[in-house]
Design a protein around this ligand. Sequence first.
Ligand code: ZN
Length: 507
Amino acid sequence: MNLPPQLTELKARLYEIYDLEMTAALLNWDQMTYMPVGGAAARGRQLATLGRIIHEKQIDPAIGRLLEALRSYEESLPPDEPDAALIRVARRDYERATRIPSAFAAELYQHMAASYDVWSRARPANDVAAVLPYLERTLDLSRQFAEFFPGYEHIADPLIDMADYGMRATTIRQVFAELRQGLIPLVEQITDQPPIDDSCLHRFFPEEQQLAFGIEVITTLGYDFNRGRQDKTPHPFMTKFSLNDVRITTRVNEHDLGSALFSTIHEAGHAMYEQGITPEFEGTPLASGTSAGMHESQSRLWENIVGRSLPFWQHFYPRLQATFPDQLADVSLDTFYRAINKVQRSLIRTEADEVTYNLHVILRFDLELALLEGTLAVRDLPEVWHERYRSDLGIAPPDYRDGVLQDIHWYGGLIGGAFQGYTLGNIMSVQLFDAALRDHPDIPQQIADGRFDTLRAWMRENVYRYGRALDTDDILRRATGRSLDVQPYLAYLRRKYGELYHIAIDA
Ligand code: ZN
């Protein structure tokens, strides 16, 4: 069949939306990195203007007509064919965008800006009362948002679907319950042991050398600096302006060697995913990672499964010691490896170790569902947060700053769909790594030799290149032969931490 002219026109319209979105991303990046504080008001206005133009273009009825005209062409193609995937994903985006009234989008945008502003001042002041009215409104808007997608099974589903397409609250609940059941006794067994001494990570490590070492590590992993760069921000993130310009940020704590290092590897993991997408997808809605969970599977794979493994440090530790000869001369590889894998009951999700991390996420997910269902009132949230920390992590925050005020998510976005991707990503990271190992059993030896090309090429072939052309479950089943499965992840944790803590872990 000849290429229909409507496809050319559709692509031209999608490129325009993409260009505007990437421009907004650039303005955002600049705001987070180099913009002087005086620029804030104008930048907020510019981003609002761009957001409005983007939404207008997304819901232009002309796109709907083109998609309708392309239906028979799409059906004539195998679903894997890039044009078929493009039309399918463009239709999904169009149908979503047109359900959101412009007036609602504008109100949401304004409310989010105000809510974020209040939260950014309330958190350091521990002023939970200041955010509660905003949180009430956010919950209200989140429910309204869900109502634009009638026919859902659970009210959180439309919100979850935005981040992790195809996922449902009931499925995630079951998966998380199974995971929690495995994690709680594991955490108990580990924390019954004498704590690991990680003082070697808390000596003085000057920023300049930390940054240089981090760059050496991620360059070796395969982050392409010809198509990326790294800058400093208080909260690290990845962003992109095209598939050939995928940037990351980091922050350095001179008294915590792990902080910059592992967050740098994490963000580089996100970036390598984007850099590995099929170049021909550039400018279209396919040119992006397929879901929050799949994205996190890659950041966590490189950060934890690779970056906190013994083979990785067999290669890199002598280099780290050469970078910090005074600080690390008396620290053995084994001591260092144990320090970077210390498990402890803690309050802050982003600083949590691999074993306890998911308990932080599951608890937030449960609270989101309860809020949306109406079984938990916003005014009770701060105290219920404390109760859940006591029951799940055996520790409770001394204040709200490290309690309900700790994450930006509910203050800069909707309630629902904000957290599950982190844990779905952890689960998938092990499924994908195990599948790569089945194809290439020598990957651990390669890692010990400082070679990451086989693993990266496998991820590129099985995950990255598809962009959004395949959905999460399709990628997972093709790459691993299975859908989402908690057990390999639990097995990985039991194996690794059983060894680290010299204990026989009950299965
Ligand atoms: Zn991440």
